[in-house]
Design a protein around this ligand. Structure first.
Ligand code: PRP
Length: 188
């Protein structure tokens, strides 16, 4: 991958005085890929009840764009699991903070993630959600680092294979900053 120039805070006031190493996926690339994912998902679910389940907080931007590209009836709910603190390396333990209120039984569940990193979050969630007798569970991740060991369920829909860098923007954070960037960038 070619290195793009460092983007300074003077070039984007949303950067909070920090430079980002480079933009990994820009707005145009994300928008085009999200449209494609929407079409893939639409085609994959010809019938049945579809519940799009967004994993907060990271998926909120992606999910909002994605559901508007899915051309069939669906419901939306969210769940919250937290594995990262203020650091830049996964801590390993996954805590369920908010459980979806929607009944999952008999429904197609599409779990929407911003990024698959170590895979620990997904492995925990697939186990928990699988106990609720959904008709199917699939994963849609905007980014996939392809570094996870054994995944309980591989993501069926993936936006981009991502570099093994600390990525922020388009929902992804560092210590809660940068979620509002309209692009995905890597931090130094
Ligand atoms: C991040 C990210 C994914 C998960 C991926 O969430 O949004 O959900 O970690 O990491 P893993 O594959 O190593 O488990 P985080 O816990 O930071 O919470 P957030 O979505 O609120 O940012």
């Amino acid at each position: 991958m070619t290195a793009a120039p460092v983007l300074g805070a003077s070039a984007d006031p949303r950067l909070l005085g920090r430079d980002v190493h480079r933009i990994a996926f820009d707005e145009r690339a994300i928008s085009a890929r999200v449209k494609e994912l929407g079409a893939e998902i639409t085609a994959a679910y010809p019938d049945g009840d579809l519940l799009v389940l967004g994993l907060l907080k990271g998926s909120f931007v992606f999910l909002a764009d994605l559901v508007r590209e899915i051309r069939r009836p669906l419901h939306v709910d969210f769940l919250v699991a937290s594995s990262y603190g203020a650091g830049t390396v996964s801590s390993g333990s996954v805590e369920l903070v908010y459980d979806p209120e929607t009944v999952l039984e008999g429904k197609h569940i599409l779990l929407v993630e911003d990024i698959v990193d170590s895979g620990r979050t997904l492995n925990r969630l697939i186990a928990v959600l699988g106990e609720r007798a959904p008709k199917s569970i699939e994963i849609c991740a905007l980014l996939h680092k392809r570094i996870a060991g054994a995944l309980a369920r591989e993501a069926r829909f993936v936006g981009f294979d991502a570099p093994n860098e600390f990525l922020v923007g388009y929902g992804l954070d560092h210590a809660e900053n940068f979620r509002h960037l309209p692009y995905v960038a890597s931090l130094r």
